[in-house]
Design a protein around this ligand. Structure first.
Ligand code: X6L
Ligand code: MG
Ligand code: MG
Length: 165
């Protein structure tokens, strides 16, 4: 791989075998040409935010190195979601897997189906807590640190329950 970019992905699951779903998604991502998974956060159990009342999520954040374009990375995310039988029903409803691109190097992308940095990442404890574990010095798009943003969030439950391996 020449000229790789460091990117961060958020993965979440609240349907089926949540831990297995996250592991399978990361296995697929890691086995993809031009992508290497560099670091995986601790495993979190998190209260669902947004949408209908639904079961708790398992969430992780992964740092990858990739020479895929942002668009190719989005296609990979969709391929993983299809493989894990994600059904697109109600908005923000329960899902076997969700793979979101949080950051792609320093890039800012604003296309209808691809917005990076992820516009809501700084408001979600289920993203910030695991992100802070693997990138404590990372500067967020707002210019705040992860811990500054996390400290300002109320009413979102997140708890480390172990690791994916
Ligand atoms: C006010 C209004 C505050 C809306 C928050 C936050 C809406 C997150 C949607 C919000 C708001 C979302 C996951 C999840 C979803 C996940 C956990 C979403 C949309 N994905 N909850 N909810 N983990 N814990 O991966 O993220 S769907
Ligand atoms: Mg999402
Ligand atoms: Mg998504």
């Amino acid at each position: 791989m020449t000229e790789t970019i460091e990117a961060y992905l958020s993965l979440g699951s609240n349907l089926g075998d949540r831990r297995r779903n996250l592991k399978e998604a990361l296995r697929m991502i890691g086995e993809t040409d031009c992508v290497s998974v560099e670091k995986i956060s601790p495993l979190y159990e998190t209260g669902a935010v947004g949408g209908v009342e639904q079961g708790d999520f398992y969430n992780v954040v992964a740092r990858i190195e990739t020479s895929l374009s942002p668009r190719e990375l989005l296609h990979l995310a969709h391929r993983v979601e299809k493989r894990l039988d994600r059904v697109h029903g109600e908005r923000w409803g329960p899902r076997t897997i969700d793979v979101d691109i949080l950051l792609y190097g320093e890039a800012s992308i604003d296309e209808k189906d691809l917005v990076v940095p992820h516009p809501e990442m700084e408001n979600r404890a289920f993203v910030l807590a695991p992100l802070g574990d693997i990138a404590p010095l990372l500067m967020l798009p707002s210019g705040r640190t992860v811990s500054e943003r996390l400290a300002g969030i109320e009413g979102q439950t997140v708890k480390i329950i172990g690791s994916l391996d």
